[in-house]
Structures are given as C-alpha cells and as structure tokens.
Design a protein around this ligand. Structure first.
Ligand code: MTE
Ligand code: MO
Length: 504
C-alpha cells in the first residue's frame, strides 16, 4: 500500500475531529446540560475532582465563577479529542482492509462506546453515534473513495477542498443546532410552590422582612429572590434527585440506622427560618452573600432517633454530587433540613429536594442534595478542607458596599446602602467613613430579622463634595470590630474593610 499523502492524512484528521464534534453535539441535543446523560458531564466531574487544591484555589481567586469555563472547555476538548481518536482508529483500520463499510461500522461502534460507557445514557449515545456516522459516511462515500485500501492519492484539487469545507461547515451547523436543542432542555429551575398554607405563611414572613429593607437602585433587599441567590457548586451539573426517589439516612456510630423519605420530611410540622449564607471563597466585596426564608424541619430529633454514639462527636454529611463535609455533631442541635426556599420548593440548584442549613458556619457546611449523615469516630477533613480551605467554623464579619448601593443625587447628596453579616454573632453597628478612615459615623441599621443567623442592612447619607474615599466597617454582636487587615479568600475567607472612591 502506498504511503498516504499529507493532505490525505490531514483530511482524515479533520474528519475525525468533525465526527467527534458531531457526536458530542448529538449527545447534547438530546441530553442538554444533564449531569448523567451528557457525555461531557462525567469527564468534567473527573477533571474537577482530580484538580489539585492549590490549582482550584488559584482559579477561584483569579477567575471566580468564570473559572468553570476553564474546566468545561478542557472536558469538551477531552471528549471531542477522544471521540475523534476513536474515529481516526476506525478510519485507519478500514483503510488496511474493509473500506468504507468497515469505516462506518467501526466508527459507529467506537463512538457509541465512547458516548455510552461514561454515561450509560442510551438515547443520547445513539443520537450522538448517528450524528458522527453521518460525517464519516459522507466522507467515506463522497469525499474520499480512496478510503479503499488499494488507492491512496488525495485529490488536491479545488473540488475536494470545497467538499471538505462543506463537510466542516455542515458539522458546525449541526453542532449549532444540537447546542440550541440541548440548551432548550436546560430547565431554568422550574418553580414549584409549597403547599398553599405553608406558602401563605412564607409569603407573609417575606413581606414583613421586605418591609425592613433599605432600597437603593438595583441593590437587593433583605430577602434574595431564588433566581438571584448565589450558587457555589463543585459540579458543573446539578444532581437531578427526584423527591420520590430521595432518602436521607443516618449511619455510622449509631445504635440503629434510621432513614426518612420526602413524604416523612414534608409530613412533619414545618418551620420557616431566615438564614444568610456566605461562601468562604468569595472576594471581600464579592456577591456570594445572600439571605432567604427556608422551610423545613429541625434535624436534631431525627438524629436522636438513631442513638448517636460517636467517639469524636463528628458527622460526615454526604450529597448526591459526591460532595461531603465534616463538622461537630453538636451543631446539629440547631441545624435545619430545608425543602422550601422563599415559598417555593427547593430549586435544583439549591439542593432539591433537601439541604442542610447549619447556623454559624460558612456556606460550604450547608450541604445541598443531602443523602446521608454518618456519625464518625475520628476527625476527618471535608471536601474543601482536603483542598486547603478552612470553611468549617464561624464566618468573618463583613460590611459590603456595592456600586448599586451608592446613589449620588443632583444636589450632591450621597446615599449609601449595603448589607453586613457576622453569622451567629449578629451585627450591632456599621460605621462609614467618607475621608478614607480618618473619621467615622454610625450608619442607620435595619430592624433585625427575628432569626439568629442573618444579615442586616445599613444606610448612610452625607453631602458629597469632590472626591471621597468611602470605607465601611461593622461591629458584631460581641462588640468586636471587623478587622482592618486585608486577607484574600484562601484559606480562611476574605477579611478587611471595603473601600471605594467616588467623585461627586
Ligand atoms: N452537595 C453540595 N453542597 C454544597 C456545595 C456543593 O458543591 N455540593 N457547595 C457548598 C458551598 S461552598 C456553598 S458556599 C453553599 C452555597 O449554597 P447555594 O449554592 O445554595 O448558595 O453550598 C454548599 N453546599
Ligand atoms: Mo462556599
């Protein structure tokens, strides 16, 4: 057999990549951004869990949420590349013997295996395989009759180039259609209200809380709407846990393993609590601080039923996305198992069907999609602690000052509105400086919410004149002033005073 020409090899390589793109787009068209059925998802999850802690910390600090784009792009490249290699192998084998029919059969087989094995999702794998085989089929039949083993002269003429270009454009167009179809699958967290009676109680409490808000432009008030509530996830794809299939177990050092399902949970007398969450990974003046009214039940009584007897007094809580956290059993005394958020059923992105809310800790301890609570005898590290973070424990005190909270009126009056949070310690005071910290004045504070782990809002007005360096700082309920010294989020959470310069 003659050696292949460079152009022939390049065309094979291009067609292999195109087949990989078509296969991935086919999988996406049917599955959408589904954690289980879209072929990129399991690869992405593996990349995320294999990334070393310092790299994750670096990406979070440098890129914030945009860091997700990096690993998703890498996962896409790995999937398209892998499926492309499978196609290239099929082409290479069929060139030696078999020709186009074998090329089609083998590429179909390899691509199907590449799509099906990581996901187990039959229909998206079949659609992806068919998409890829169309590419290979068109190539084998129309573009490259020399796929037959005995001839191998690539046609270097314009016609061949045009055909190849046509195939490439066709694949890109197909991938575009697949992407459009797939993103329609993405459910924008359909809202599902709580039962009427509960919803009414929740809505009344939300209205009461809203009435305490200080308003300012687009700045949120006392209660963050579900769609605006920040999200921090280890997985790119939310686990899809059907309430009817959900079960929460208490295991480990217990007298007896106990479990509850969704009907047990929602059958108990519900409570409604405001709880504010803050992510340890957020920037000092970042936006990963929000407050909602959660509906659920205290978890202590359920744990007691299991008769816990762990030596170290720790729990390890597991979730459907393979997340886990370890913290002292004693905080479960006041922890809450929530299935409602602001009068709606818990959205998928916030832990549907149920999540933990653990007062006095950073956001990471509030495990979403919770499945198991294991009582353990030896201290262990949680998911983020293994990666170097210290998110178990009380939050740092912070007073925020967002651009949306600054209004400059025509007459030079400047109004500042913001949120301050110190976990269970509560907020007793917020002070504002308009001269870079030389002098301080107390801001007005919103009436406190009746619950204990919540933020407060502040408002301050002054007559502006020229340039002002604004600085805000809070004092918590123990009388401790928010530390001035700046620290970046890793590993203990950001600290320091937020400042901002304005020109009036
Ligand atoms: N199962 C699970 N629970 C989780 C996480 C996660 O990735 N998986 N992220 C944690 C982190 S780091 C934070 S800050 C909060 C954020 O909750 P939210 O996404 O509802 O705002 O959830 C915590 N619970
Ligand atoms: Mo977090």
């Amino acid at each position: 057999m003659a050696d292949r020409t460079t152009a022939g090899r390049l065309t094979d390589a291009l067609v292999s990549v195109l087949a990989g793109v078509a296969a991935t787009a086919g999988s996406f068209a049917l599955a959408g951004w589904s954690r289980d059925a879209f072929v990129v998802a399991p690869i992405d999850a593996r990349i995320v869990s294999a990334t070393p802690g310092p790299v994750v910390a670096f990406a979070i600090e440098e890129f914030g949420t945009a860091g997700h784009v990096l690993h998703i792009t890498l996962a896409l490249a790995v999937v398209v590349g892998g499926l492309g290699l499978a196609t290239a192998a099929a082409l290479a084998v069929s060139r030696r013997a078999g020709g186009p029919p074998l090329a089609l059969a083998l590429s179909g087989l390899f691509i199907f295996a590449g799509l099906y094995l990581p996901t187990g999702a039959l229909q998206p794998a079949i659609l992806g395989t068919v998409s890829a085989m169309v590419v290979v089929g068109v190539y084998a039949a129309a573009l490259d009759p020399r796929l037959r083993a005995d001839t191998d002269e690539y046609m270097p003429d314009d016609a061949a180039r045009r055909q190849t270009l046509g195939l490439a454009l066709g694949t890109v167009a197909y991938a575009g259609v697949g992407a459009a179809l797939g993103s329609r699958q993405e459910s924008v967290d359909p809202t599902e209200p709580l039962d009427a009676a509960q919803r009414r109680v929740a809505e009344d409490r939300i209205a009461d809380a809203d009435a305490l808000s200080f308003e300012s432009g687009n700045l949120g008030g006392m209660v963050t709407p579900n769609a605006d509530f920040y999200e921090t996830d280890i997985a790119t794809f939310d686990p899809d846990v059907e309430p009817s299939a959900w079960e929460l177990q208490v295991t480990g050092s217990v007298e007896e393993t106990v479990s509850m399902d969704y009907y047990d949970l929602t059958g108990m007398a519900p409570e409604h609590r405001f709880v504010t969450l803050r992510c340890v990974g957020e920037d000092l003046n970042g936006h990963k601080l929000d407050n909602a009214l959660w509906t659920g039940v205290p978890i202590a009584e359920f744990l007691d039923r299991a008769g816990p007897s762990p030596d170290c007094g720790c729990v390890k809580v597991y979730a459907a996305d393979d997340y886990y956290q370890v913290f002292p059993l004693e905080v479960m005394e006041t922890a809450f198992l929530a299935y409602g958020m602001n009068g709606q059923r818990l959205p998928a992105s916030h832990g549907k069907p149920a999540r933990l809310l653990v007062p006095g800790h950073w956001g990471e301890i509030n495990v979403k999609w919770v499945t198991e609570i294991e009582l353990i005898d030896e201290q262990q590290q949680g998911y983020w602690e293994e990666r170097g973070w210290h998110g178990t424990g009380p939050v740092n005190t912070v007073a925020k000052l967002y651009d949306e909270g600054i209004s400059v009126h025509d007459d030079g009056r400047v109004e500042l509105v913001g949120h301050a949070y110190a976990g269970l310690r509560g907020i007793d005071r917020v002070e504002v400086s308009t001269d870079g910290g030389d002098s301080w004045t107390d801001a007005e504070l919103s009436e406190p919410l009746p619950d204990e782990d919540v933020w407060r809002m502040y408002r301050y007005e002054f007559q502006g004149d020229g340039e002002h360096e604004l600085v805000v700082r809070a004092t918590d309920g123990t009388g401790a002033l928010q530390p001035e010294e700046q620290a970046s989020p890793y590993p203990n959470g950001a600290s320091g005073w937020v400042s901002k310069t304005i020109d009036v």
